[in-house]
Design a protein around this ligand. Structure first.
Ligand code: ATP
Length: 335
């Protein structure tokens, strides 16, 4: 059997806004049937990339195919194969959830009966059946996002673009959207998702690409990216900044790992490849110490730390100059 072509293939995409290179030679390849995460800080070029791939914006240079069709030469074929959900819902707020779905289904050419059936199916799938007859301006943020997702699926797209699908949502609504996306993927849709959260990529994406200034700076799974910062971290926060060095020394020796001191946050951070061993080792090491500990725990690094490791810059300074992040690293102290 012939192998299915990639859902998305982009080579050397460029797009300038005046002197800003929003895309600066971007290459992407997304295998069909997978979830692909496009990660990057504000202004990295994620939305521009999605807009080019969804045929809403013409690239200045480079080429891209979506579902096997060229985005510049055959935008109509691309549009027939994709769905798109942006950061802002496109639904009509004066209509109910059901009316919105029926209206869009009719716009996409379904006859009245098929439109009604499709609306019912999507309302059930996105857990909106109980709210179907309420006007959507009364929906919560999560419900609106789910309605928006439902609208983008009316045509059963082969490739679905989700631009920051959970930005601004509370944790519970975010879980609901993730659940909906997983259902879609199980049914065979390829999903291209942009996000600023590595945690979101963890929950959803098979592979991720991190972009900065419109260019790829890293590719892999969320975990391979985390391994660039040494995987999970143990964090210890001290009450008195005067104790930072002593505690860093103790922890460095106990865990035989370099301790990074974040002076402003009064925090010491160490790699914790084995979460439990790191935590118990640290607690034991600190038992006899005089320093007062405000907090201790193991956590998974986010995009901020991965980005810092990759570029030497904070995510919030991605468009500006390099900032001094005030990190110091102390090696293990000999016993
Ligand atoms: P965000 O996470 O904030 O949505 P992003 O990664 O999606 O960011 P883009 O919106 O693609 O980034 O923007 C990439 C760069 O292009 C930024 O420097 C942005 O200021 C610039 N840009 C985007 N759209 C326009 C426009 N219409 N006119 C001028 N500059 C633009």
């Amino acid at each position: 059997m012939a192998e299915e072509p990639p859902a998305v293939r982009a080579e050397g995409l460029r797009k300038n806004y005046g002197r800003t290179a929003a895309l600066d030679g971007l290459d992407l390849e997304v295998p069909a049937g997978t979830v692909f995460g496009l990660l990057g800080p504000n202004g990295a070029g994620k939305t521009t990339a999605v807009r080019v791939l969804a045929t809403l914006l013409r690239p200045d240079a480079g080429r891209a195919e979506v579902a096997g069709h060229d985005v510049v030469r055959h935008p109509d074929r691309v549009r027939a194969a994709i769905g798109l959900t942006g950061q802002y819902a496109s639904v009509d707020e004066l209509l109910t959830g059901r009316e919105n779905l029926v209206m869009f289904a009719r716009l996409y050419g379904l006859d009245p009966r098929a439109a009604r059936e499709r609306a019912e199916e999507l309302l059930a799938r996105f857990d909106l059946a109980d709210a179907a007859d309420r006007r959507s301006d009364g929906y919560s943020g999560g419900m609106r996002r789910r309605l928006d997702l439902a609208v983008s699926l009316i045509q059963r797209p082969r490739v679905l673009f989700l631009d920051e699908p959970t930005t601004g949502l509370d944790p519970r609504s975010r879980l609901g959207v993730w659940e909906s996306v997983r259902t879609l993927v199980a049914a065979g849709t390829t999903v291209v998702l942009t996000t600023q959260y590595l945690e979101e990529a963890d929950r959803l994406a098979d592979t991720v690409t991190v972009i900065d200034h419109g260019r790829t700076i890293a590719e892999g799974t969320p975990d391979t990216l985390r391994s660039r910062v040494g995987g999970d971290r143990l964090d210890v926060v001290v009450r008195d900044p005067a104790d930072l060095s002593a505690v860093a020394g103790l922890l460095g020796s106990a865990l035989d790992a370099p301790a990074t001191v974040h002076r402003e946050e009064q925090r010491i951070s160490l790699p914790a490849p084995d979460r439990l061993a790191a935590l118990t080792g640290a607690v034991r090491a600190l038992e006899g110490a005089t320093a007062a500990i405000a907090d201790i725990g193991v956590r998974r690094p986010g995009l901020d730390e991965v980005f810092l490791a990759l570029t030497g810059r904070d995510t919030d300074s991605s468009t500006g100059t390099t900032t001094d992040t005030g990190h110091e690293t102390a090696g293990p102290v000999p016993a």
